[in-house]
Design a binder for this molecule. Structure first.
Ligand SMILES: Cc1ncc(COP(=O)(O)O)c(C=O)c1O
Length: 445
């Protein structure tokens, strides 16, 4: 395990926009279709987050109260997966950066804390949000408790039904949970009550409620630039920890991508090094074959939510009313992808691939049985791809250095592992017909 001393703590988030060869296309107002300005975002976000959304500064200082909470679980450990390497018989050196040590059990706490902190500076008393796997809702609920803010969560129906313990954990931290689609919003009422839901619908519900109350704002757990910015503590720490491990050149950086935040958090500091010419890693995002946004979606302007309440973002999308099949990696069931990740993929700086969930659970089991960590179903996508690469290195005899983003633990997702162990888990890759009909709903811009 490679840790960092107090004096080596990360003090700044890294903003990849400063180093990208071409600027990412701006978000557009859903009504006027003109680039959105700070005033358009004011009803939803505090000014600090709006400024972080648009900044071109390379580094943003992490405020002291946020660093104080980070110190509870950061730096998160970087491990070398020696027993897994042996099991695979690979000459590759596999490292994994483990975000499961945070209070919520995933990387989501890294952005929940600053988001709540900035809102608390403006007297905001309530935050609304969506949650897919339940990890983000948990993280926001915990952060809200620290800064004395109420937290109201719309949890995607499919995960609300299958993960009651996530709901309980959100409530333990003081948050309130609604099954989405709920009867509390117009966006929710547009769907039958027993609908399995989607992140797009849950976002519409949370945005709708926040936009109507002065003392309430909205918090998003992924996708937006400021969220990705906060997650870069992951990659910054990893670079320092790898240096301690004696590694100066990484061959592969791999992470799972739902909305893109944990992946970007690990990958963007490596992308900085790549663009500066100090390292040349392949940077690879892994998504589920049933929600293959980067690999089969189209790069165009689309809404971030189902009801069309958010700005239009240029991103890879499967269509904002796409409802992915209820796979167990709930956090990867999002129709779009962070505009910054999308842009980097479109520019050829980052690659993407899609995997079936059974292969991911298979890798998750092997990892648990060698490293002792039960990975979140989302994170197991990164493990499965790393496994493929490690086996290819075994066959070619190459001593590759692989770095995995292990975004969270799966101790509250044991139902999913149980389904896999019991042979009840199926793959459901997106069909061409479903893809075509979902893309038909993307607006012409
Ligand atoms: C453990 C874990 N990993 C990954 C994700 C995917 O989100 P993102 O792509 O924003 O990291 C989630 C989302 O809920 C998650 O809980």
């Amino acid at each position: 395990m490679f840790t960092l001393d107090e004096s080596e703590q990360v003090t700044h988030w890294y903003n990849v926009v400063a180093d990208l060869p071409t600027p990412p296309p701006p978000p557009l107002h859903p009504g006027t279709r003109e680039p959105v300005g700070p005033d358009d975002l004011g009803p939803l976000f505090p000014i600090e987050l709006i400024m972080q959304e648009v900044t071109t500064e390379r580094y943003v200082e992490i405020p002291d109260p946020v660093r104080e909470v980070y110190r509870q679980y950061r730096p998160s450990p970087l491990f070398r997966a020696r027993r897994w390497e042996q099991r695979l018989g690979t000459p590759a050196r596999i490292y994994y950066k483990y975000e499961g040590v945070s209070p919520a059990g995933s990387h989501k706490t890294n952005t929940a804390v600053p988001q709540v902190y900035y809102n608390s500076l403006h007297g905001i008393t309530r935050l609304t949000t969506e949650t897919g796997a339940g990890q983000w809702g948990t993280a926001l609920s915990y952060a809200a408790a620290l800064f004395d803010v109420q937290c109201e969560v719309w949890q995607v129906g499919a995960s609300f039904d299958t993960k009651p313990q996530r709901r309980t954990l959100i409530e333990v931290f003081g948050g309130t949970v609604h099954r989405s689609p709920s009867r509390l919003t117009e966006s929710g009422k547009a769907f039958p009550e027993d609908h399995s839901g989607s992140l797009g619908i849950a976002i519409s519900e949370a945005v709708e409620v926040a936009a109507q109350a002065e003392d309430t704002k909205y918090a998003l757990g992924s996708v937006l630039n400021h969220v990705l910015l906060h997650q870069t503590v992951i990659g910054e720490e990893t670079l320092r920890q790898l240096a301690k491990a004696g590694e100066s050149a990484v061959d592969l950086v791999v992470g799972c991508a739902g909305g893109g935040s944990n992946f970007a958090g690990l990958a963007f500091p490596f992308l900085r090094e790549k663009l500066a010419g100090t390292q040349d890693p392949r940077i690879l995002a892994v998504e589920p074959s049933s929600c293959p946004t980067l690999t089969r979606g189209e790069y165009r302007y689309d809404f971030g939510d189902t009801a069309g309440l958010t700005p239009l973002m240029k991103m890879y999308t499967l269509g904002h009313d796409f409802v992915p099949s209820p796979i167990h990696a709930g956090g990867l069931r999002y129709h779009g992808m962070a505009p910054l990740v999308s842009h980097a993929v479109h520019e050829g700086l980052i690659d993407a691939t899609a995997l079936d969930q059974t292969e991911c659970f298979e890798a998750g089991l092997e990892f648990a049985r060698t490293q002792g960590i039960v990975a979140a179903p989302e994170s197991s996508h990164a493990l499965a791809q790393a496994r493929r690469e490690a086996l290819a290195a075994r066959d070619s005899g190459e001593e590759k250095v692989i770095v995995i983003g292990l975004s969270g633990h799966g101790l509250l997702e044991l139902g999913a592992y149980d389904a896999f162990l019991g042979g009840r888990l199926e793959d459901d890759p997106l069909s061409d017909a479903d893809l075509a009909s979902a893309l038909a709903g993307v607006p012409e811009v």
